[in-house]
Design a protein around this ligand. Structure first.
Ligand code: SAH
Length: 227
């Protein structure tokens, strides 16, 4: 199944808004750390409902920015959720970005990068469109160390890249980005029921759920484009 077919179905079911709600728990912390200066251009890779750019335009006075996605229905919804003319929506595949070299100040991506079928090529494209000193904030919940996320692959026909934290850093370097930092942002908001509720449908034990949200949370890798 193609990215468009798969994620158009998600958008039609309203899962774009559901993801926004859940991802916001940690995405907001990643967004708050981005060194976006007033008027700077941000590219949101795999924008989904487009919440990241709405937030950066409001909170950081970001300049004209782009929500990029491969699924037309996601983009249609994202357009509906804002009347901000400073956010443009672009459709395409991660591996070939329809943007000029050195044309973007920062790239953000939440829970989307690992769907790239050629992740190294995608990183090279990100490096190409970033201006020297521009940053890439790459946030993922699906990665090797987060053992609780491994089963997600079973629910989707698109092949997902499951790198470890060191593999993310190596790949960034291989694609020509400096690694400025990497850490885990815990999700302190997802509600964890008291002990008697376990096992639940999704969670074998309370410890596992605590580990997934409070310890592993979201893996954030920050890249910087060289001069
Ligand atoms: N960032 C949003 C959406 C995450 S879902 C959030 O945090 O909620 C992943 C998004 O990436 C989907 O909207 C999907 O259509 C898009 N996507 C996945 N693979 C893609 C690819 N190869 N090219 C372009 N978009 C892609």
């Amino acid at each position: 199944m193609s990215v468009a077919t798969e994620f158009d179905a998600w958008a039609a079911e309203g899962r774009d808004r559901g993801m926004e709600q859940r991802h916001w728990h940690t995405a907001k912390h990643a967004l708050a750390r981005m060194p976006v200066e007033e008027g700077e251009t941000v590219l949101d890779l795999g924008t989904g409902s487009g919440y990241a750019l709405r937030a950066l335009r409001e909170a950081a006075n970001a300049g004209p920015s782009y929500g990029f996605d491969g699924a037309p229905e996601m983009l249609r919804n994202a357009r509906d959720y804002t009347d901000d003319g400073g956010i443009g929506f672009l459709r395409g595949d991660f591996e070939s970005l329809p943007l000029a070299t050195d044309s973007v100040d920062h790239v953000f991506s939440m829970e989307a990068f690992y769907y790239a079928q050629n992740p190294i090529q995608t990183l090279r494209e990100i490096r190409r469109v970033l201006r020297p000193g521009g940053t890439f904030y790459c946030a993922v919940n699906y990665y090797e160390e987060n053992v609780h996320s491994h089963v997600w692959q079973e629910n989707i026909s698109i092949e997902m890249t499951r790198w470890s934290a060191p593999e993310y850093r190596d790949a960034f370097r291989e694609a020509g980005l400096f690694v400025a930092g990497q850490d885990n942002i815990p999700d302190t908001e997802t509600e964890i029921p008291e002990e008697p509720a376990f096992p639940t449908e999704e969670w074998e034990s309370r410890e596992a759920m605590i580990e997934r949200y409070r310890e592993f949370g979201t893996l954030l890798t920050v890249g910087v484009a060289p001069a």
